[in-house]
Design a protein around this ligand. Structure first.
Ligand SMILES: [Zn+2]
Length: 251
């Protein structure tokens, strides 16, 4: 029987406010690009790696550690999450190539479709914060760090991709606004139900795989794209170290 909800009920939504603000910061920086962006992205990649490997996976294993054909369910779902994110990205690229589209070609609808996909993704970010809160307060904080850290990139990319394909500035701002509100909606949706602990572990394992894919295939390459710098690498290592420190203090 689910425990009665008290004053803590809206906590995931309050945490998701951080995601809302960070998304807007990312969009604002995209609007006025600075050359410190690579450091922020490098740090975000390190924070995500730290949260997934040092916090999310250990928790997911504890919640869903029973084995399926010799492998813990949580780790199986971690691999599935990574593969799913990779498959979605590759299938979108294949479709684009099949339509004979030059990546440089500016079709406004492509920008809007990509931005809409970002909004769906950000909804799932908020959803994960809400589910993590059902595991416990510390878990919610860990997931929130991973989400908020990469929301800078989410907001940055949503604004950039919309305007890159020739959409007017107010359209890019509208998509940015939707992307910023999506985590709030995702977190709020989890107030409507309670998942059994085992399912939470499975979902968090899956979400960890998605996060690690984003960090390794999008965020870190983007961090080093324009400025291959040692300082960016150091920010990534510092991000991992920070999470280790926080996890150790909480244990
Ligand atoms: Zn995100």
């Amino acid at each position: 029987m689910p425990e009665p909800r008290g004053r803590g009920e809206t906590v995931p939504v309050v945490i998701a406010l951080g995601a809302f603000l960070m998304t807007l910061v990312g969009g604002w920086v995209a609007h006025r690009v600075t050359d410190r962006r690579h450091l922020v992205l490098g740090l975000a990649g390190g924070l995500m790696l730290g949260v997934v490997g040092l916090d999310l996976l250990p928790e997911a294993l504890e919640a869903a550690g029973e084995e399926i054909h010799g492998v813990p369910a949580a780790l199986l779902c971690f691999v599935l999450g990574f593969l799913a994110a990779h498959a979605v990205e590759r299938l979108l690229a294949v479709r684009k190539a099949a339509h004979g589209m030059d990546p440089e070609e500016r079709v406004p609808q492509v920008g809007l479709t990509a931005a809409a996909a970002m909004v769906v993704h950000s909804f799932m970010d908020g959803f994960a914060i809400g589910l993590a809160y059902q595991v416990g307060r510390e878990m919610a904080v860990a997931v929130a760090i991973a989400v908020i850290a990469h929301d800078f990139a989410d907001g940055f990319n949503t604004y950039t991709i919309t305007s890159l394909y020739g959409n007017a500035r107010n359209r890019a701002l509208t998509m940015l606004g939707a992307d910023a509100l999506a985590p709030l909606a995702g977190a709020a949706s989890t107030l409507l139900f309670t998942l059994p602990e085992q399912w939470l572990g499975i979902y968090l394992g899956f979400f960890g795989g998605v996060l690690l894919y984003l960090a390794t295939s999008d965020i870190l390459p983007e961090a080093h794209h324009d400025h291959p710098a040692l300082s960016t690498l150091l920010c990534t290592v510092a991000g991992v170290g920070f999470i280790w420190l926080v996890v150790g203090l909480a244990a």
